[in-house]
Design a protein around this ligand. Structure first.
Ligand code: C2E
Ligand code: MG
Length: 468
């Protein structure tokens, strides 16, 4: 069989990487990553090119590109030492599936690559990808907390005339599609696709296209109503960014914010959003409207140098006041043990800007910090509502979260209300404010204006007054 011949040809050149990996902490051999002991990016691509040079048509050779989901969250919330521990655990778990003649390497950050050789058919390769995903997702205790991260995997199979660089790019592109498609998935590269739409999706393309998108005015805001559950009227709005991409149409934040966060571009997006929010507030004021408005800030934006001054400058441009504005910071950002973020949140509070802790219930947060963060609102993530009320355990978790937040004197907003049964349960349990497709989807400013006129928010009233 072709793959056996291939293995023989490689002979002694085949590196028994599985056994050879240096233990972390020991002196790291050249070409290996010091944390995990795995071959590094350059050794992986050199080896891949060498194996490709020795291959013949029909040789089974594939690249599996693995990127951990939520690694950044662990790193941000539990600290870099915990992040390093997690990477070591994941590397050790995945190593179990490395057979003689294969190579597992670390591309950098939370990205790993497995070069798989000698697999007899696609089913075996699929099984290998599934096992890698399971290995990466095994629960592990780091920083005193049990965490479980998923993995998005892209698979590209070598065909004659494909170089190592192209094969890695194909697998990376497929991995990116797995991420964009909902994460914790496996996607295959299909020959002929990479140079068209999916190449546009590559992160390199995205990082050059995003700054241009801001310059060319391709970002836009949609507004989702925040509704008083008792009265059914609009109590405020959340500004949500979208990218009006010239070729791909309207893109949701999930398609570009995670990459913008990784590359630091998110601060430029957040700056644009704040300016756009203020411009819209001026336009609404001219029409006699002054809704309570929330917008999202990334942790990177909150911890950047001069963040507080920049945010306040943008929010008060043209004499706007901040009484009707709330900054939504994800729970993991707002509660993190980070002096910069802490100073930022306290500075906002001192300046009269309300702080909302967003995405409550989905991060690994230090809950004890809830008592010292000067937030007024806590937005319960829709993950906590998804199985309510059908699943009794999910319902108990939601109700206990409401109790916890209220016991601390904070106010709850529940996100993701999609059914009448959810709405009834929340009303019955005294929740005053909610957001969700049942109550109103995100929409353009012009579409939301009639709703604002039907329930105008009086200036200085704020969401609390309106929620009552
Ligand atoms: P988020 O702050 O939790 O925003 C709420 C998200 O939930 C929005 O998604 C909204 O469309 C969606 N949603 C609301 N109700 C429902 C529902 O009933 N069912 C379902 N399935 N979804 C619902 P969107 O607009 O895609 O935004 C996703 C996330 O992107 C936001 O989550 C926020 O974290 C981030 N984001 C949005 N705009 C910005 C921004 O300007 N800056 C930053 N840094 N992040 C932003
Ligand atoms: Mg939000």
């Amino acid at each position: 069989m072709a793959h056996l011949a291939f293995r023989r040809r490689l002979g002694a050149a085949v590196v028994r990487v599985g056994q050879r990996v240096a233990a972390a902490g020991a002196t790291t051999p050249l070409g290996h990553d010091s944390l995990t002991g795995l071959p590094d990016r350059s050794l992986v691509s050199e080896t891949l090119q060498r194996w490709i040079d020795a291959a013949r048509p029909g040789t089974s050779l594939a690249v599996l590109y693995v990127d951990l989901d939520d690694f950044k969250l662990v790193n941000d919330t539990l600290g870099h030492a915990a992040g390093d521990d997690l990477l070591e655990h994941v590397a050790a778990s995945m190593r179990r599936y490395v057979r003689d003649g294969d190579m597992l390497g670390r591309q950098g950050g939370d990205e790993f690559v497995l070069i798989a050789t000698g697999w007899p058919d696609r089913d075996v390769l699929e099984g290998l990808a599934a096992r890698l995903r399971e290995a990466a997702g095994e629960p592990v205790t780091v920083g005193g907390v049990e965490v479980r991260v998923g993995a998005s995997i892209g698979v590209a199979v070598w065909t004659a005339e494909t170089t190592a660089a192209a094969l890695l790019e194909h697998a990376d592109g497929a991995m990116y599609e797995a991420k964009a498609g909902g994460r914790d998935e496996i996607r295959w590269h299909h020959p002929g696709r990479i140079r068209d739409r999916s190449s546009d999706r590559s992160r390199v393309a995205l990082t050059t296209a995003l700054p241009r998108a801001i310059e060319r005015g391709e970002l836009t805001l949609h507004w989702q109503p925040l509704v008083s559950l008792a009265r059914g009227t609009v109590s405020g709005l959340e500004a949500l960014v979208r990218w009006n991409h010239p070729d791909r149409g309207l893109l949701l934040p999930a398609e570009f914010i995670p990459f913008a966060e990784e590359t630091g571009l998110v601060t430029a997006i957040d700056d644009w959003v704040m300016s756009a929010v203020s411009a819209q507030r001026h336009a609404w004021r001219a029409q006699g409207l002054d809704p309570y408005v929330g917008f999202n800030l990334a942790a990177n934006t909150a911890r950047g140098a001069g963040a507080l001054e920049r945010v306040l400058d943008r929010l008060t441009v043209g004499g706007l006041d901040v009484a009707h504005v709330t900054v939504e910071l994800s729970e993991s950002a707002g509660l993190r043990e980070d002096e910069c973020v802490r100073a930022f949140v306290h500075g906002l509070h001192a300046a009269g800007v309300t702080v909302t802790l967003d995405d409550f219930g989905v991060a690994y947060s230090s809950l004890h910090r809830l008592r010292e963060v000067p937030a007024r609102w806590v937005k319960i993530d829709r993950a906590l509502l998804r199985h309510v009320p059908d699943d009794p355990a999910a319902t108990r978790i939601l109700l206990a979260s409401l109790d916890l937040i209220r016991a601390l004197g904070l106010e709850c907003i529940v996100l993701g209300i999609e059914t009448g049964a959810q709405l009834e349960l929340l009303r019955a349990n005294g929740v005053k404010l909610g957001q969700g497709y049942l109550l109103g989807r995100p929409m353009q400013a012009a579409a939301i204006e009639p709703l604002l006129r039907a329930a105008p928010v009086t200036q200085g009233g704020g969401a609390t007054a309106n929620a009552a």
